[in-house]
Design a protein. Structure first.
Length: 306
């Protein structure tokens, strides 16, 4: 919450935090940990700093003494892989990250390097969204660490089919079609890459999305190592009722049948569960077919767009 305009009425940030903590404890019977700061990143860090039932304030006077000594992994967006790369650069604390060369971080991490450097320094001016605000959806994706390492194209097809089904279902649910399909691939040596393809026509049809994803995979992976993780993302979204130029060489009747079939599957799964209906291809491997790709990831506008 941004309480900047509430201080004259409710008091300082610490006073407001104490009231929130007290009321939650005595009205709901649970404890909370609250972080206070002048930006969202440090406030989030403060909420994790002490648990349970604690209030932590990071201000402009104490943040270097209290925050910069913490492990870099405590900072938002520093996951295990990123932390491992930071340690190879000799960066182990948030303070070391803040005092690093921003260009060095950008060269190793791309745009996320600039973001991490800014976060470590407390330079986050992103406002708190107003109640009821929904970020514009820029893409819809799903990814998974596979139940076992993938060793051939059939394994990849099974997982990509499950991911494409979930992505296409969410596109249809929200009334979108995509003009771009992107895949991410990570092998068991932790090498990863992303590739994307622009489609001839916008689509939310499972078969068209998985066909594009599988073609991208075959064109860009040479099977030097087994695969550990796969992802599919639908981007460049447009409303599903937008007029499109018909393709002289396409089969519009077939597209309409495929979309109707997909919507029928959506309804069956809504009523009876994800595993109530499956494609035959999913049963060629019992381990891989057990993956429930019904969990969707929506990628809204954020630090990493624009």
């Amino acid at each position: 919450m941004d309480v900047s305009d509430s201080r004259n009425l409710r008091g300082s940030g610490i006073t407001i935090a104490r009231e929130i903590s007290h009321r939650i404890k005595y009205e709901l019977g649970v404890t909370v940990s609250i972080g206070i700061s002048w930006n969202k990143i440090y406030a989030k860090l403060g909420s994790d700093y002490k648990k349970p039932d604690a209030i932590t304030e990071f201000n402009r006077e104490n943040y270097k003494d209290r925050i910069w000594q913490l492990p870099a992994s405590d900072l938002l967006y520093v996951g295990r892989q990123t932390n491992r790369k930071l340690q190879k650069l000799g960066i182990r604390t948030i303070g070391q990250l803040a005092e690093s060369d921003e260009k060095l971080l950008e060269s190793h991490f791309g745009k996320i390097g600039n973001v991490l450097w800014a976060f470590a320094n407390g330079w986050d001016e992103d406002p708190v969204c107003k109640e009821g605000y929904e970020a514009p959806v820029k893409s819809i994706g799903n990814s998974t660490t596979t139940p076992r390492d993938l060793e051939n194209n059939l394994d990849v097809w099974i997982i990509q089919m499950a991911l494409a089904e979930s992505v296409a279902a969410r596109l249809r649910k929200h009334g979108f079609k995509c003009k771009t399909v992107e895949i991410t691939v990570r092998d068991n040596g932790l090498y990863s890459f992303s590739r994307q393809m622009h489609l001839r026509q916008p689509t939310n049809i499972t078969d068209e999305i998985v066909s594009a994803a599988f073609q991208l995979f075959k064109d860009n992976y040479k099977w030097e190592h087994p695969i550990r993780s796969l992802g599919i993302r639908a981007a460049d979204l447009v409303l599903d009722d937008i007029p499109v130029q018909l393709d002289l060489f396409g089969n519009q009747e077939k597209k309409e049948k495929l979309e109707k079939l997909d919507r029928t599957v959506d309804e069956i799964r809504r009523r009876f569960g994800y595993f109530s209906i499956q494609r035959a291809a999913m049963y060629q491997d019992k381990v891989l077919s057990h993956l429930d790709a019904g969990t969707h990831t929506v990628h809204p506008h954020s630090y990493f767009h624009g």
